[in-house]
Design a protein around this ligand. Structure first.
Ligand code: HEM
Length: 132
């Protein structure tokens, strides 16, 4: 018999908006602290709190929760939002490194990390503006 229970979304598994906010706070904390991520930290405004808010609401919808980004800020096309920034493979990898550390820090389960990292990688790849 097929299991009728749908798999839990990453949104639920990470602890809804509160859990995603914690993930995002840690993500930007790593971005600020890891010397390897200095290039991408410097692309962002000094006050990172507006981005903490934006990435939290974006990821909430992206991970299967309510579409809070759209409610608050309207539609966003993620690759287009990154057009002003010089993002090559090194910058993509810096972003992914910070996210990997943040997922480890919130103790996301290994199978969840294995599912999310390729999805983040695909998204980060689409944000590239430099084909190096
Ligand atoms: C590939 C490496 C990436 C770099 C270097 C990067 C960098 C940036 C920068 C500099 C900004 C503008 C920040 C500001 O206004 O101060 C931004 C905005 C944003 N990024 Fe990224 N980003 C990357 C990948 C991603 C990925 C993979 C996602 C989603 C999974 C994402 C989601 C967002 C969102 C939602 C915004 C706000 C857009 C807006 O409201 O205008 N970024 N990013």
């Amino acid at each position: 018999m097929n299991d009728p229970t749908p798999p839990e979304s990453p949104y639920l598994r990470l602890g809804k908006e509160e859990g995603i906010r914690r993930l995002v706070e840690l993500f930007y904390q790593y971005m600020s602290e890891l010397p390897e991520a200095a290039t991408i930290r410097n692309m962002h405004a000094e006050d990172i709190s507006p981005m903490e808010d934006k990435l939290t609401v974006f990821l909430t919808g992206w991970m299967g929760g309510p579409e809070r980004y759209r409610e608050r800020f309207g539609r966003v096309i993620i690759p287009a939002a990154h057009e002003p920034y010089p993002i090559g493979s090194a910058e993509r990898d810096q972003w992914l490194l910070c996210m990997r550390h943040a997922l480890d820090a919130v103790e996301a389960e290994p199978d969840l990390i294995e599912m999310l990292m390729p999805a983040f990688t695909q998204m980060a790849e689409m944000c590239r503006t430099i084909d190096d």
